[in-house]
Design a protein around this ligand. Structure first.
Ligand SMILES: [Mn+2]
Length: 320
């Protein structure tokens, strides 16, 4: 029986890691700044105490993030023998993606995560923090490993991205304290901010301009909807992941209660991102088999563009 339904403390996690020599870290599928920042900072820290550590991720990393040199060491092919496998920033075992089965079959596993508590590893270091990087930061401090500028930059990466650059309501005093410490250690806060929150490409800007300019308004400006077709993406040579931020243009309009972005990721298959202002959108997305947070949720709907739009508009109409 491998599941021990008891949280592994920071002290225990630090001890377990220091007892192993070859450690494999798994960033979650479709990686974000927190899973990558936490994985690489833990790798850099453990290497300082003589461990052999490799980071794996089943998905290709966003090209932008490769300006952080160590991200190029992340491998998509898991192989080799390890003493411990660690799932970083994974709320459940499926987040380990393609490697889930190998992970599940292995005896020595550890989750380091902040999503809320699935005990799918042998050791489960789970904390209700804003980011996984905060847990890794505590493990590193507990281990007495020195935090240099490079390490601080990766720790800052997850803290900054998972708090929406310290703007989301998960941001608390601890986040600012940690940011202050990382800054003093030499974290490159400007580079992290620019890479994750500002940098774009000309094609992305042009696609955005097009889809935002045809935004549709419903219910006297209480709902706005932006759609991106497969043809739009193909024309600019972009993939659906680049549309993740576009929904802000819909919800940011002053009168909006609900903002929607729908993106055709395969012919007649739409990924729907929904945001609410004092209006729960989770239940609306649940009607279509999706879910998420109260004010930020998503789902997938198949059909012709105008039919999909009509379904969403009707469902939103019951909630506003
Ligand atoms: Mn995270």
């Amino acid at each position: 029986m491998k599941s021990i339904k008891q949280t592994t403390t920071i002290e225990q996690a630090a001890k377990i890691l220091s007892d192993k020599n070859k450690i494999a870290l798994f960033a979650h599928t479709n990686p974000d700044g927190d899973t990558i920042g936490a994985s690489i900072s833990l790798k850099l820290a453990l290497e300082k105490i003589g461990k052999t550590v490799n980071v794996f991720c089943d998905s290709k990393l966003d090209g932008r993030i490769s300006c952080f040199d160590e991200t190029r060491t992340v491998s998509q092919a898991f192989n080799g023998k390890y003493d411990l496998l660690v799932a970083v920033d994974c709320g459940d075992i499926f987040r380990v993606g393609e490697f889930s089965q190998e992970y599940f079959d292995f005896g020595e596993t550890m989750t380091i995560d902040h999503h809320g508590g699935e005990f799918f590893s042998k050791y489960n270091c789970l904390k209700p923090y804003a980011s996984t990087c905060q847990i890794v930061y505590e493990i590193i401090k507990e281990s007495g490993i020195e935090i240099d500028g490079k390490l601080a930059t990766y720790l800052y990466m997850g803290l900054c991205t998972d708090t929406g650059n310290f703007a989301h309501n998960n941001t608390d005093g601890e986040c600012f304290d940690m940011a202050g410490n990382l800054f003093r250690c030499g974290a490159d806060i400007e580079k992290v901010y620019r890479t994750f929150f500002r940098d774009t490409t000309l094609s992305e800007t042009k696609l955005q301009a097009r889809v935002v300019s045809r935004i549709r308004s419903y219910y006297d400006g209480q709902m706005f909807l932006i759609y991106v077709t497969k043809a739009d993406l193909d024309e600019f040579g972009l993939d659906p992941s680049i549309t993740s931020g576009i929904v802000s243009y819909a919800i940011d309009i002053d009168t909006a209660k609900v903002g929607v972005c729908i993106c055709e990721f395969a012919k007649n298959d739409y990924k729907v991102s929904m945001r609410g202002k004092n209006c729960s959108v989770r239940d609306i997305c649940a009607e279509f088999g999706g879910g998420g947070h109260l004010y930020a949720a998503g789902c997938k709907i198949s059909g012709f563009l105008e039919d999909v739009i009509e379904k969403i508009v009707r469902a939103v109409g019951y909630s506003i």
